[in-house]
Structures are given as structure tokens and as C-alpha cells.
Write a protein that binds this ligand. Structure first.
Ligand SMILES: *Cc1c(COP(=O)(O)O)cnc(C)c1O
Length: 323
């Protein structure tokens, strides 16, 4: 069976995103290198527009809608970052957007989404089915549903993050990428196969939400209950029908990290590297810094996926919660 995207799709996405998405910086840290015995390159998507890599996939997907689809607009369901990304991309492309968000999503994310001009519809993530609700609204208003990860244009857009990283730093031995529904890692794995065929791609999930790790073991998509973890961007219950085959074929392994490891990594980013990273954005780095994967002696790319966290919660994580 052929995979949903090829490297040519990622190149096309890179073209469309030129001058629209930021080419985010790659940071290094002597402290991180000393601690791990590795050479780490942090691709800082926390500094991407809307504060996460999601803008890449969202813009790439919206830019390809027909004029008729654009007129009716787009709808998305998301715990936050995909929502903001769709909202901004829709505004830039001049189309209406409705975002269906869980009512316990971080308030900053809800506000930011409204701030980009989208209409927000809230639901209860523990009792309501967001997919059914979204499908109904899309049908009623003729809107096009853009899923957060299981969409070829979204996957290709996300892959441009790894393309940029590999073009900037050259070949790597290992690329660490966080995994929610697998849009980011599937795009990145396709880019890595082309640009650094020797580079192993390893996914990182929260310990409490290791559905993709279970899925790889079983050879089929495993569904889990909504995981309780501070990594709210990785609270997905299952990989996608398009992302999972790519992961199965191109991803070497999945590692997991605890919430405590995420908190320590968030503090490391703040204190040592002077950057604000949300808990989900800490997953890949935590795997390296906390020894969840062997890294010594290797050149390693680390995707820092996002930096959206409200300041009260951030202050709590920095100072009050045990880690
Ligand atoms: C969405 C998101 C993820 C997970 O990405 P998938 O494509 O669903 O695997 C990770 N980190 C952040 C910050 C996100 O917003």
C-alpha cells in the first residue's frame, strides 16, 4: 500500500509556506550536550506563527481549497494549537472559520483562537463526541472540515519542519519527534527518509497516552481513553488512518516520558535556554535529556513543537509542582 504523502508533497508545501510561515531557529545548548554526551539541535517551533508547528499544515491545507470551498469556510476540532493555526490561516486566506474546542482547553488557547477571528464552539471532551458534533456543523454550514493530523496536506505541511532542520544542520543520526495523532512525525519521517536516509526517527509519547507505541506492537491502530497528562497536545486517543501506515513504515520506535520529566524539561528550557515551551512541546527533548532513548555520541534533531501555555499555568509548572 502506498503512503499518503511523498517527499514531493513536502517540497510543494515548503513552496506554499515560503514567506508565510517562519523559518524557525535551530538552537543548541552546551549544557544539554554535556548532560547527554550527544549533540542536540532543537528546532524551535514554539517560535512558529501561532506558537506551534500546526500553522504549517493548516496553511498548506487551506491554501489548496477551491474558491467554492473557501467561500463557505473551514471547520476544525482541536485542543488548541490546530485551532489557532486554522484560525490564522483562514484569516490570512480570507475565509470564515469555526473551531470546535473542549471546554477545558487552556483559556489562553481559546482566547487566542477567537482573537484570530474564528468562531469558537465549546464541548465536553469527556462526554461528547467532537467528531460527530463537528461533522454536523460542517454539514449544516457547508464548511470543509480540516482534521488536525489525518489529512495528507496537513501531514506534508508539518514535514517542512524536519526539511528545514535537516537542510540547516546536515545529516543526523536520530530525529526525536513528539507524537499525538502522528501528523508531525509522519511528515517529518518522510522528509528524513529523503534528506537523511541513515537517520532513525523515534517518536515520543506521554507515558499515560502511549497509544501509538501500543499500536506499533500490535500492528494496528489501538484506541485508548482520553489520557490524563499535562501534555494536552498529545491527548489523542488513536493515530490516524493516514498517519499510522507512515509511522509503521518509517518510524523506528516510540519512547515514552512521564509528566515529571516534562516538567523538568520545561524548567530546563526556561532556565538554560531562555525559551517558553509548553508541556507537549517538551516531549522530544525530555526523551533525550531524561534518558528515555540512548543518545550518547550521536547528532540528534529535537523538534520543539510548541510554546502555548498560559502564564498562570506556566508559573505553576515552573515553581509549584513537584518534578
Ligand atoms: C498537535 C501537537 C502535537 C502533536 O502533533 P500530531 O501531529 O497530532 O502528532 C505535539 N505538540 C504540539 C505543541 C502540538 O500542538
Amino acid at each position: 500500500m502506498s503512503l499518503a504523502i511523498t517527499y514531493a508533497d513536502i517540497e510543494a508545501a515548503a513552496q506554499r509556506l515560503r514567506g508565510v510561515a517562519h523559518r524557525t531557529p535551530v538552537l543548541t545548548s552546551r549544557t544539554a550536550n554535556e548532560r547527554t554526551g550527544a549533540q542536540l539541535f532543537f528546532k524551535c517551533e514554539n517560535l512558529q506563527r501561532t506558537g506551534a508547528f500546526k500553522f504549517r499544515g493548516a496553511y498548506h491545507a487551506l491554501a489548496q481549497l477551491t474558491p467554492e470551498q473557501s467561500k463557505h469556510g473551514v471547520l476544525a476540532f482541536s485542543s488548541g494549537n490546530h485551532a489557532q493555526a486554522i484560525a490564522l490561516a483562514a484569516r490570512l486566506l480570507g475565509m470564515p472559520a469555526v473551531i470546535v474546542m473542549p471546554q477545558d482547553a487552556p483559556p489562553l488557547k481559546i482566547e487566542a483562537t477567537k482573537g484570530y477571528g474564528a468562531e469558537v464552539v465549546l464541548y465536553d471532551r469527556y462526554t461528547e463526541d467532537r467528531e460527530a458534533l463537528s461533522a454536523r456543523i460542517a454539514r449544516e454550514r457547508g464548511m470543509t472540515l480540516i482534521p488536525p493530523y489525518d489529512h495528507a496536506h496537513v501531514m506534508a505541511g508539518q514535514g517542512t519542519a524536519a526539511k528545514e532542520l535537516l537542510e540547516e544542520v546536515g545529516a543526523l543520526d536520530l530525529l526525536l519527534v513528539c507524537v499525538g495523532g502522528g501528523g508531525l512525525i509522519s511528515g517529518c519521517a518522510v522528509a528524513a527518509r529523503q534528506l537523511a536516509p541513515q537517520c532513525a526517527v523515534i517518536g515520543v509519547e506521554p507515558e499515560a497516552g502511549n497509544d501509538v507505541q501500543q499500536s506499533l506492537k500490535r500492528g494496528e491502530i489501538v484506541h485508548i481513553d482520553v489520557p490524563r497528562t499535562i501534555a494536552d497536545g498529545a491527548q489523542t486517543q488513536h493515530a490516524g488512518r493516514l498517519t499510522f501506515p507512515v509511522i509503521r513504515e518509517l518510524v523506528r520506535d516510540i519512547a515514552t516520558v512521564s509528566d515529571a520529566a516534562l516538567i523538568r524539561t520545561l524548567r530546563f528550557f526556561a532556565e538554560r535556554m531562555k525559551i517558553v515551551v509548553e508541556p507537549t512541546g517538551c516531549l522530544a527533548a525530555a526523551a533525550a535529556l531524561e534518558g528515555a532513548v540512548p543518545v550518547a555520541g550521536k547528532r540528534i534533531g529535537v523538534i520543539v513543537s510548541g510554546g502555548n501555555i498560559d502564564r498562570t499555568r506556566y508559573a505553576q509548572l515552573l515553581t509549584r509542582e513537584p518534578a
